[in-house]
Design a protein around this ligand. Structure first.
Ligand SMILES: [Mg+2]
Length: 212
């Protein structure tokens, strides 16, 4: 994981997300400590995603351990649909919490507002394909903004057509100068993709309009 990280940093990325909560937590902390020794926070923004891997009992201690390393945010520290426990974490956490899976399946405006008002996360993360498409994403972000809750957009392994649409949506919502890193996965995992003039320059996704 460390080698892949170095490779990404060499190619110009300054924000990296690590998946944690899957293996031994002490080992994951060791990796984060190692990364931070080599790359201070001024150089690399580190985000982590627990994918619900912590329990309400151990989450706070783990958030405190992570906070020593200047982590930008943690996604979904505990499994979704534990609003009271998540609200408690969000109230006391030493590092910003971002909800991700938590938002899936909440599609009505009033229910979205209720979730945000109850849990009070620091951030929400929108995957348009999973969070109600473009209209659903815009609604989530508008409700979050009204409450002073931040957000960013990520892709969910769409083809280049979807990635292009999501990138344009992000530009429209946050642009023209987006300063917060978005998670626009590049479809580099595809062996067969639809040709689009999208290209990564450093850590930025560009539409190369000089191409066909
Ligand atoms: Mg996530």
């Amino acid at each position: 994981m460390y080698d892949r990280l170095e490779e990404k940093l060499q190619s110009g990325f300054r924000c990296v997300k690590l998946k944690i909560g899957a293996i031994d937590f002490d080992k994951e902390m060791e990796l984060i400590r190692h990364i931070r020794q080599a790359f201070p926070s001024g150089q690399v923004e580190l985000r982590v995603d627990a994918n619900g891997g912590f329990s309400p009992d151990n989450a706070m201690a783990r958030l405190e351990a992570l906070a020593q390393y200047d982590i930008h945010s943690i996604e979904q520290p505990i499994r979704q649909r534990q609003w009271a426990a998540m609200a408690n974490l969000c109230r006391h956490t030493p590092l910003p919490i971002a909800l991700d899976e938590e938002l899936i399946g909440t599609n009505e405006r009033d229910r979205k507002a209720e979730l945000l008002d109850t849990v009070r996360p620091q951030f929400i993360i929108l995957k348009p394909s999973l969070h109600g498409g473009m209209a659903g994403t815009r609604e989530w972000i508008a409700l979050a903004r009204e409450r002073g809750i931040g957000s960013w957009i990520t892709s969910a392994l769409e083809s280049n057509i979807g990635l292009n649409a999501i990138a344009q949506l992000a530009a429209d919502i946050y642009g023209p100068r987006i300063t917060m890193a978005q998670g626009l996965g590049t479809g580099q995992l595809f062996t067969d993709n639809v040709p689009m003039p999208l290209e990564i320059r450093g850590d930025q996704l560009w539409m190369a309009t000089d191409q066909k």
